[in-house]
Design a protein around this ligand. Structure first.
Ligand code: ZN
Length: 311
């Protein structure tokens, strides 16, 4: 079993408009933009990262804004909801704040005994805030949201699958145990608590149509391991189990491997090292356009081609 896996590392989604996306995550949700870089495989597109102050794994939401992307169609084979943890009692504040920001789809409910506020992102992205007791992770409070309400990081991701069987087995192999079931949702949690972002919900929807990826869709979900040695162990074990896993890819702020899971969701496993402060000071994270070495020669073109982000 892969006890190297410590919980979620980041979630990466698709958007249409970089400025709308930036405003939603920083102004409405109060997260910190910790990195402004480009899609390493399509460098004329931004890669924007939002997180807590330092970009701690388990708090990092990232986006590829493709200006001409069609909106995705929700369905099976994808992460349907990305949920963030907020302090106990914070939902009334958020309900009012998000309404003021014109956020749609606001809906209160209880799942697994926890109060949650569901809402939609700018491209129809599925989000929720979940009241959590005792989440010790330090929030970012620089965007007008106080510590008594600020997002602590991920609470969970919820996958929608036509058939959960093989994915449930994979999650077990990836150091998660099934802890609860409510209706069609099975809840898995990383063993020993992990990094505080250790919950994966799996909703089985046998009759639903398959999702079509586009703006508002989650592209992949990444799980955290401490370092490059643990990463190589996980890669080998996944391949020994029969998964087709990519080579280790240097993403500048972490090392990544990717593989497609039986239910259709793309998983990544990422290292906690070297982290987001490797090329800029913690005090100024996310301010300058950062390019990986292989794309630095494109800087003049990219700086004139990419729409400036208004903060
Ligand atoms: Zn990723």
């Amino acid at each position: 079993m892969l006890d190297q896996i410590k919980g979620l590392h980041h979630v990466t989604s698709l958007a249409r408009d970089a400025n709308e996306n930036n405003a939603f995550f920083t102004h409405a949700l109060g997260l910190r933009r910790i990195k402004k870089t480009v899609n390493f495989d399509a460098p004329d597109v931004y890669h924007l990262y939002y997180a807590n102050e330092a970009g701690t794994p388990g708090t990092v939401m990232t986006y590829f804004p493709f200006p001409n992307a069609a909106r995705g169609r929700p369905g099976t084979g994808e992460v349907g909801v990305t949920a963030f943890s907020v302090p106990d009692g914070a939902l009334p504040f958020w309900e009012e704040r998000l309404a003021v920001h014109g956020v749609s789809g606001l809906e209160r409910r209880t799942l697994f005994g926890e109060k949650r506020l569901s809402f939609a992102g700018p491209d129809g992205d599925g989000f929720a805030l979940v009241e959590t007791r005792g989440d010790e992770r330090a929030p970012w409070t620089g965007n007008g949201v106080d510590a008594d309400a600020a997002i602590r990081g991920f609470h969970s991701v919820s996958m929608r699958l036509a058939d959960a069987g093989a994915t449930a087995e994979l999650l077990g192999f990836m150091n998660h145990e099934e802890i609860e079931k409510e209706g069609a949702v099975r809840r898995f949690r990383v063993r020993d608590g992990g990094n505080g972002a250790g919950i994966v919900d799996v909703e089985t929807l046998p009759d639903a149509a398959r999702a079509r990826q586009g703006a508002g869709s989650v592209h992949h979900v990444a799980f955290a391991v401490d370092n490059r040695d643990r990463h190589l162990e996980v890669r080998k074990a996944l391949m020994d189990t029969g998964y087709q896993v990519t080579p280790v890819i240097d993403r500048d702020y972490f090392y990544a491997i990717y593989f497609r899971t039986p239910g259709g969701v793309l998983f990544e496993v990422s290292t906690n090292e070297p982290g987001f402060d490797r090329d800029e000071d913690t005090a100024h994270l996310g301010e300058a356009l950062k390019l990986p070495r292989q794309h630095e020669h494109l800087r003049p073109f990219l700086e004139s081609h990419l729409e400036p982000i208004r903060d």
